[in-house]
Design a protein around this ligand. Structure first.
Ligand SMILES: *Cc1c(COP(=O)(O)O)cnc(C)c1O
Length: 384
């Protein structure tokens, strides 16, 4: 059994993917070929925004979004400590500082209430755990909300709080792409959305890739410049710092047929999740994922909470012993990572994230998981 099965999908789409790759090999436009533009326009339609600017990875998408908003040295960006390293890494990479705000345990996403409290306290010049990161509210320029495990973060509340402080909302939809809140798609829930096409993400290519979504003509133009070394009107005019941030044409060619079946796959992931939850919601000491009314998760991961660390170890060992792959996303919250030591946070700074890190585990999740496999996994968990 596989944690994420990419081969079954390939076998179903093989003809289209192979012929698309060969088209690129034949026309030879390996960089910014026609497939890239075609994909961008389909992705923009999918999300329901005006512009999609594709790029080389989800991490580049975040870096480019920050650069396009002129965020760097001296600035502060709020985000969650319970996410993949790339979210906060991008902030530090552009020279700004991440300011962490704890999550809600039921969604694993940043808590809008705690966001409001933190901003209020800093704006009142109160003594907070953030003093090494930020003492002046005017330093804070943006919030990166993360759609963790596929569930969109609470966009309406986050956007409301952010607008009170004039902050840009950057949605990290690397895991949430394909999810939605009341028919508004992930990637389009903030001011600007970023996603990743890393193979294991809900929509993955066969290497690295990413995309950025915005309704702003001006930001889209900036992103296109940043994507190619900050180029100006002409290729050899450079007007700002940028990077080599393009999506390969071959990856766009791989993504086109995958996008056609994406909604079907999201529905299949939903079926897998529902079957897991039906079997596991009454197991003693386990907490199954809760999806708020009106939200659709992309189910990048199916993540449960065990009673405690020991209970989690017991379950994981029993599953592994029986050939079922399991994983912990994420065992160390970012405020406890060495790279962020200088922010001055410590153990206990974000108790909910720390609790989540001690208790979460994720089960195999992909659209082609069979009913028998799901039932077998659930039975093993019940045995513990
Ligand atoms: C995967 C991921 C990224 C980074 O994407 P890459 O394409 O691997 O650079 C960023 N944020 C989150 C939440 C992710 O899961």
């Amino acid at each position: 059994m596989q944690f994420i099965d990419l081969k079954t999908q390939y076998s179903l789409l093989k003809d289209k993917i192979d012929s698309n790759i060969h088209k690129v090999l034949d026309h030879g436009q390996y960089v910014m070929g026609a497939e890239v533009g075609e994909l961008e326009s389909k992705l923009a339609d999918y999300v329901g925004v005006k512009h999609c600017v594709s790029c080389a990875s989800g991490t580049d998408a975040l870096v480019m979004a920050l650069l396009a908003h002129n965020i760097g040295e001296g600035d502060v960006v709020v985000t969650t400590p319970f996410t993949f390293i790339a979210t906060a890494e991008a902030i530090k990479f552009v020279g700004a500082k991440p300011l962490f705000v704890d999550i809600d345990l039921d969604t694993f996403n940043i808590s809008p209430e705690k966001l409001a409290e933190a901003l209020q306290a800093i704006s009142n010049k109160e003594q907070t755990i953030h003093s090494a990161v930020c003492e002046d509210i005017n330093q804070i320029k943006a919030v990166i909300s993360v759609d963790l495990f596929g569930l969109p973060a609470n966009a309406s509340e986050i956007n409301k709080v952010a607008s009170e402080y004039n902050l840009t909302v950057i949605e990290d939809a690397a895991q949430g792409f394909g999810g939605s809140i009341n028919d508004k798609k992930a990637g389009g829930l903030g001011d600007i959305g970023c996603t990743s096409f890393f193979p294991a993400k809900p929509l993955g290519c066969y290497g690295d890739g990413g995309a950025i979504f915005t309704d702003s003509d001006e930001i889209a133009e900036l992103l296109k410049s940043i994507r190619v070394h900050g180029q100006g009107e002409d290729k050899y005019q450079n007007v700002r710092l940028g990077l080599t941030g393009r999506l390969d044409t071959i990856q766009a060619a791989v993504l086109l047929p995958k996008l056609e079946v994406f909604d079907t796959e999201i529905a299949q992931r939903q079926n897998v999740a529902e079957l897991y939850t039906a079997n596991l919601s009454n197991v003693d000491g386990l907490t199954t994922p809760s999806i708020p009314e009106g939200y659709t998760s992309a189910w990048a991961q199916y993540t449960l909470l065990a009673k405690d660390d020991a209970h989690r170890t017991q379950i994981m060992e029993h599953l592994k012993a029986n050939g079922v792959p399991v994983a912990v996303y994420y065992p160390i919250p970012l405020h406890k990572q060495k790279v962020f030591e200088s922010l001055g946070y410590s153990a206990g700074s974000f108790e909910v994230s720390e609790q989540a890190a001690d208790r979460v585990f994720s089960l195999p999740m992909h659209p082609y998981l069979k009913v028998e496999e799901i039932e077998m996994i659930c039975k093993l968990i019940e045995e513990v």
